[in-house]
Design a protein around this ligand. Structure first.
Ligand code: BES
Ligand code: MN
Ligand code: MN
Length: 453
């Protein structure tokens, strides 16, 4: 039997199994969902046992569990380490979903559910790809799966686990499906990811909320002060106004930039699918470059004062914001965190006090394309999609990837199958059925290419 035939004749079951996972509300950021996160881990344990893998384990951490499984069939065969995450982002605001986020449905040939693309659907393709090859007796590699439950909140506990289990996790290649392709006519392989520094800022003015008439005009308002600080963080040309921020940014050569800009990019599609009048960003760089190879700073949330019904005349005591910075090689998350903190403290008026805390960070990544793993992925796309994949720099972050490099000494092959319009982290997240089944097939091809002598 051919691989494609096996996939075709098991389509419905693959989907049903994924549905069971999508129904579990494994939101890692919110303690309210702790039991669900745990159940998602149990579900994977069950799936790995059904695949007859060995050493299947739900590993406790200080946070959510890691699920591990392996099949070592012959020490002389190459070993593939698959990483993915079973946790998802919060589904809020629920009212903006057309169907409930944890009740998967198919519409327009897409699976709609939180995690359908990021990353349950994509991670699950690896389990199915392995099943296909196993059933067709085509497994001539060893495999290790490590699926975590804390990617969406920074992977801190996984980092510790990786550092402490280098031998257990040793492999010849690491592969991750948690990124996107350009579009379904233009496959691509991710060769760069941005890093991240995620900060929270708290400003305190007076020790209590004040009457905005009796005090207004004579006491600094921490919300006003916070807005002033935030608006000073970007220059008119779109660059970031934090001293030292660009010191270690490595510039791409004219040749490299030309290559990046030669990848197909449909600006009118970009505008229309998120309904913006015009793109916006750092002067002198294309949209592809702004997302892939330039750092940025964004306010993710801002709050304080009175936001309830009607009006309340109040001069608030406190103001808050969550601010993230996306980083590029060779910026370092710890250094940027410090530059940000020092700068904000230095510009905040003494009429307010300021507290800056770090949420989580991650380092930027570039993947060496001159490796057996990259070639195996390249050839897999070429065979299955009938097109050579284009190397792309994605703007998102997967914090563990730089840690793998540091601790396990390996680049990760980032062969994702999502699309920008899959709306990961947003309401109505989706994952195309085409992408799901093509992904499974491409992964089988990758596993086989990689294990060829
Ligand atoms: N899968 C994404 C990262 C991603 C998305 C990479 C699209 C490339 C293209 C991942 O789950 C994610 O969302 N990561 C977080 C980082 C984390 C520390 C919260 C991110 O990028 O915001
Ligand atoms: Mn992800
Ligand atoms: Mn994510």
């Amino acid at each position: 039997m051919q691989i494609k035939d096996y996939i075709d004749s098991n389509k419905e079951r693959f989907l049903d199994e994924l549905y069971d996972l999508l129904r579990i509300e494994s939101v890692s950021a919110d303690p309210k969902f702790k039991d669900s996160v745990d159940r998602a881990a149990d579900y994977l344990v069950d799936q790995f046992n059904k695949l007859n893998l060995d050493a299947v384990e739900k590993i406790k951490t200080a946070g959510h569990p890691i699920v591990y499984a392996e099949k070592i069939i012959d020490k002389s065969f190459p070993t593939i380490l698959v990483y993915g995450h079973y946790d998802v982002q919060p589904a809020d605001p629920y009212e903006l979903w057309d169907s409930p986020p944890f009740e998967p449905v198919i519409k327009n040939e897409k699976i709609y559910a939180r995690g359908s693309c990021d990353d349950k659907g994509q991670m699950f393709m690896h389990l199915k790809a392995y099943e296909v090859l196993k059933k067709l007796d085509k497994v001539n590699f060893n495999i290790k799966f490590m699926i975590e439950g804390e990617e969406e909140c920074g992977s801190d506990n996984l980092e510790k686990f990786v550092s402490e289990n280098k031998i257990k996790l040793s492999s010849d290649v690491i592969v991750i499906s948690d990124t996107s392709i350009i579009n379904n006519e233009t496959p691509s392989i991710t060769v760069g990811l941005r890093g991240l520094s995620y900060m929270e800022v708290e400003l305190t003015g007076p020790n209590r909320d004040l009457h905005s008439g009796t005090y207004g005009g004579a006491v600094n308002n921490p919300i006003n002060e916070l807005c002033k600080i935030i608006s000073s963080l970007k220059n008119p040309d779109g660059t970031i106004n934090i001293p030292g921020f660009y010191d270690n940014v490595s510039d791409h050569s004219a040749e490299s930039r030309e290559k990046i800009n030669s990848a197909p990019f449909d600006i009118s599609h970009f505008r229309s699918h998120i309904e913006i009048g015009e793109e916006y960003g750092e002067q002198g760089f294309s949209t592809t470059e702004r997302i892939g190879i330039r750092p940025t700073l964004d306010v993710n949330g801002i709050w304080g004062g009175y936001t309830g019904e009607g009006s309340k005349t109040v001069l608030p005591s406190k103001a808050f914001a969550k601010i993230s910075m996306r980083l590029v090689p060779n910026q370092n998350s710890k250094d940027i965190t410090k530059l940000f903190s020092d700068h904000l403290k230095s510009i905040c008026s003494i009429s307010c006090s300021i507290k800056v805390t770090e949420h989580h960070g991650g380092e930027p990544v570039v993947v060496d394309t001159n490796t057996k793993g990259y070639k195996a992925a390249f050839d897999a796309f070429k065979t299955v999609w009938n097109k050579e994949p284009i190397p792309t720099y994605d703007g998102g972050s997967i914090p563990i990837v730089s840690h793998f490099k540091k601790e396990l000494g390996r680049d990760s092959i980032l062969m994702g199958f999502g699309l920008d319009e899959d709306a990961i982290h947003s309401p109505n997240e989706s994952f195309g059925l085409y992408n799901f089944y093509m992904g499974i097939e491409t992964i089988t091809s990758f596993y086989q290419n990689f294990s060829k002598k």
